[in-house]
Ligand binder design. Structure first.
Ligand code: ADP
Length: 419
């Protein structure tokens, strides 16, 4: 079997899918593993994305899980390691981007790496080290109110330095615009100044394609999913039309959403305004001991044969804050995630085979609850096909949507795209 080229470690499940998507579009054959696989790789692929749910857990635990993923990827022969985090650089003041990056550098004996969440296709750009989401700085994008990882500083050099022992520097756009040789020269300079990790500016896909060749010899790359478009070329792989087509989709359709991001709030509203069948779930009732999952499934049962249903805990920042004030941030998050995962699982038992899940943490909880082991990615759509214990024969089509991604009509259009 051919050796694995790129071994990827993603800190959440939706992000893992975004990365896999970019690699497939750039011509790589990719599978996504949910957690570190128990046995050796059993597919002929160029890249594996090991999806962890390590974004908001304690840094030591995130480091331990990431190192376990690294060991597995190394055992499969991976030539380069890619640590993938969110394109909005979601992290807590302690990490986990910094601690995981440094642990991977130590394990790989790597003296220099980059860090850039830039993903221009999804309107994430980095300029002078400042991260923009759409037309505004990160801390004005709604991310400052994120339930688990509020991002209040858009300067990534500062944000990452606060999480790292190594010195963090910047490869700015003036250098990136001059191409790979200039980037490599700048890396040499930074190393001379004692810098080990550099934030890299990128405002367009062209910037990422210029960056790619400069990363060819780096044992470790850390980034959002955008940088991935420039890497397959280093292995002599170019984009091909040989899309890894998914099996035909069947079964009933549903959306579950635990994301409270601005885009998701708009998507929920749009779905309701189009007359979609939607049910809001209330974290305070979960906390009061009501079996909210059972209620939601009873609500869905008579509707689901006729139309896609939406079950959501999505709420605006003020409402989320008030719930968190009463239940605690982590407790509220975990409680809602568990409930939504239970609802998603129940919906599959009711015959759902096409499911959109909104929210990074939420998707993580859901994919674990469904016992999904491996997902095949289609390059053109946000869908993947999952082998799952709960749907052993045909498997499941799922689309995992990160909080701030997608147009207002995403919950309607996703099914049209799949059909
Ligand atoms: P996103 O991708 O938008 O960041 P996530 O699912 O990663 O979404 O994070 C949202 C977090 O907020 C989850 O932990 C979720 O359980 C929690 N949450 C969802 N709805 C509510 C709510 N109404 N009140 C408080 N917390 C909530």
């Amino acid at each position: 079997m051919a050796k694995l080229l790129l071994g990827c470690i993603a800190d959440d499940f939706t992000g893992a899918t975004d990365l896999a998507n970019n690699l497939v579009r750039a011509g790589m054959r990719v599978v996504q593993a949910i957690g570190v696989p128990a046995g050796p790789l059993d597919a002929e692929v160029d890249a594996v994305v090991v999806a962890l749910k390590s974004r908001t857990i304690a840094p030591v635990e995130a480091v331990a899980q990431s190192l376990e993923a690294l060991r597995w990827l190394q055992a499969q022969g991976a030539k380069q390691i890619y640590f993938k985090y969110c394109s909005t650089f979601d992290s807590t003041p302690q990490g986990n981007i910094g601690p995981v990056t440094e642990a991977l550098m130590d394990a790989l004996g790597c003296d220099f790496t980059i860090a850039t969440p830039a993903f221009p296709d999804n309107k994430r750009t980095v300029f002078k080290g400042y991260l923009f989401a759409g037309d505004v700085l990160l801390n004005e994008s709604g991310m400052q109110h994120h339930p688990l990882t509020p991002m209040t500083d858009p300067n990534l050099v500062r944000v990452l330095q606060a999480q790292c022992k190594r010195k963090v520097g910047l490869i700015d756009h003036a250098v990136v615009a001059r191409g790979a040789a200039a980037i490599s020269e700048r890396i040499g300079q930074l190393k001379g100044e004692g810098v080990s990790i550099a934030i890299v500016d990128a405002v367009s896909n062209d910037d990422l394609l210029r960056l790619g060749p400069a990363l060819a010899k780096m044992p470790l790359v850390t980034a959002g999913s955008g940088v991935a478009i420039g890497l397959p070329g280093n292995f002599g792989i170019s984009p091909s039309s040989q899309a890894s087509a998914l099996p035909a989709a069947g079964g009933l359709r549903a959306v579950v959403s635990g994301s409270c991001s601005l885009a998701t709030n708009r998507q929920v509203l749009d779905f309701i305004q189009r007359g979609g069948a939607a049910l809001a779930i209330d974290p305070l009732r979960i906390a009061a001991g009501v079996d909210v999952a059972a209620e939601a499934l009873a609500w869905a049962a008579p509707l689901i044969d006729k139309q896609p249903v939406l079950v959501y805990s999505t709420a605006e920042a003020g409402a989320v804050k008030s719930v968190q004030g009463r239940l605690g941030v982590e407790e509220a998050g975990a409680m809602v995630e568990r409930t939504i995962a239970a609802i998603a699982r129940g919906l599959v038992d009711q015959g759902v085979r096409q499911l959109v899940v909104a929210g990074g943490e939420t998707s993580g909880a859901y994919v674990q609850a469904l016992g999904i082991a491996q997902m095949q990615i289609d390059p053109g759509v946000p869908w993947c096909h999952a082998r799952a214990e709960v749907a052993p024969e045909a498997g499941l089509h799922i689309a995992l949507k990160s909080g701030n991604f997608g147009s207002n009509d995403f919950f309607t259009r996703a099914f049209t795209v799949l059909a």
